[in-house]
Ligand binder design. Sequence first.
Ligand code: SAM
Length: 529
Amino acid sequence: MSSKPNSSTQNKNVRVAVINTLLSIQQGQSLSGLLDPLLNSLKGEDKGFAHALLLTTLRHWHATARLLDSLADNPIDEIEVRTTIQLGITQLLYLNVADHAAIHETVEAVKHIDYARASGLVNAVLRKVAKNPNKFRKKANKNHSLPNWLAQQLKSDWREQYDELTQSLRQSAPMFLRVNSLQTDSQSYINQLSEEEIAAKLVSLETAIKTGSTDETVAIKQQAIELIDSVPVSHLPEFEEGIASVQDAHAQLATPIIDALLQKAISANPTQNVRLLDACAAPGGKLAHWLELLGNQEKQETGLFHVKQSDGQSIPISKVELTAIDNEAPRITRIFENLERLQLPAPIVNSKLHLEIECVDATTWQAKEASDESAGFDAILLDAPCTATGVIRRHPDITLLRNEEDVQHTAQLQERILDNLWPQLKAGGYLLYATCSILKQENVEQIQAFLERHKDAVAVPFNNEKTNWGIEQEVGRQCLPVYKLSDALEPTAVEDDKLGSLDIKEQQGIAQAPAGGDGFYYAVIRKQS
Ligand SMILES: C[S@@+](CC[C@H](N)C(=O)[O-])C[C@H]1O[C@@H](n2cnc3c(N)ncnc32)[C@H](O)[C@@H]1O
């Protein structure tokens, strides 16, 4: 087993910093707001270890908590002590830090956070685990690492997929890129990556949507890039110039779907002024994708500005108004930053495209002219706020931060947003509802209830034979981050030099999941004339 080369003081500081971050998460702060300050507070060579330690501890948090309860003679209530021991167990079972370093440095860390009186207890529990790591790893891996309420909900929603799903949620997720189609195409960028020795592959996502009563369908294809090993974005060629964005493969489906439906709606109901809404738009991932698509289509003289009527004549669109709304001002700032990096909107569509970004509440907001029936939106993309249970692999703090009531509150918020936006969609227009949740209450059940409430709403089905992602639902499709896992692996030693890099691989008794996107739900709804 290899040991880490860092000096004792550095190791102690890293562990103390990670313990403090874990304590802040347990007090309700999110990992995304804490990670950068943590890494910035550490020296270069410690950043990779801190990142791996923090993420791996969070991924196995609930499992190590249960293990700790079974190991301690008396219940341990102090969260500082529990957190320190769980950090120690994670090093012994999942990170392959040498036993003596994991135990000694963790005991030192608990002294450093002013719990010196617990050092004997920390030492005793960690020694017990170090004596028989295989047994304890097996025990910790046997079950999920989720709060019980969430595991029960997943079992009820996804009985067939439950075991693989809960194991998958303890793993790291692959890194996917979306290329900016105004600058390059996916294959060319893969070649460019390969010149920088960044291995990547193409992931082709396909679907077709039945838009009419006949067999009429619109076909949609999106090519995402999957990196074989994650890298910091600063390593990606021309990233700052906006050639690519980091976006999950399944998240990349939203914009091509709504864009294709929009063209369908316009050709059925020709209009010169097209109005689009990206509701809940921040930080602008899907908005940027839409602007890239529109710009690229204009360059190629296809798409929205060149939609054909049934007689083959082009529809002379004079203005496209794209409104993006979100209710969180700091996240709106990120939309502007992202668009600036991507150099969007492209000058090529600027003369016809009018982009408005507003900080408003989608549960009450009314678009200008919405009172006029004919002036509604032609298409609405609603990437709704959700529990984000589909992205637990990327944000494992979600399993500590969410509770059962949050699901209820989030579902109510989604319902209010849907009900407020629906009257603002034109007859014949389409709404694409998306979430990165894997809970049916926020997804298929939400949309079924919506269809019950709105008799002018019709679910538009995906063509199953032509769709290579997700699982068919009564309405819409659900992607789960579930992949066949191989049998439990023996832990492999972490090379010393790899501990310094940010893309450290988790070493554990569970196989790394093969490539696969996040949990996502999509439903298409059309408003009847
Ligand atoms: C899933 S995220 C959207 C991600 C975004 N579409 C993208 O692709 O980058 C959901 C967004 O909903 C916003 N949100 C939550 N409640 C809202 C409300 N009542 N009105 C408007 N936006 C809301 C959040 O601020 C968050 O940015």
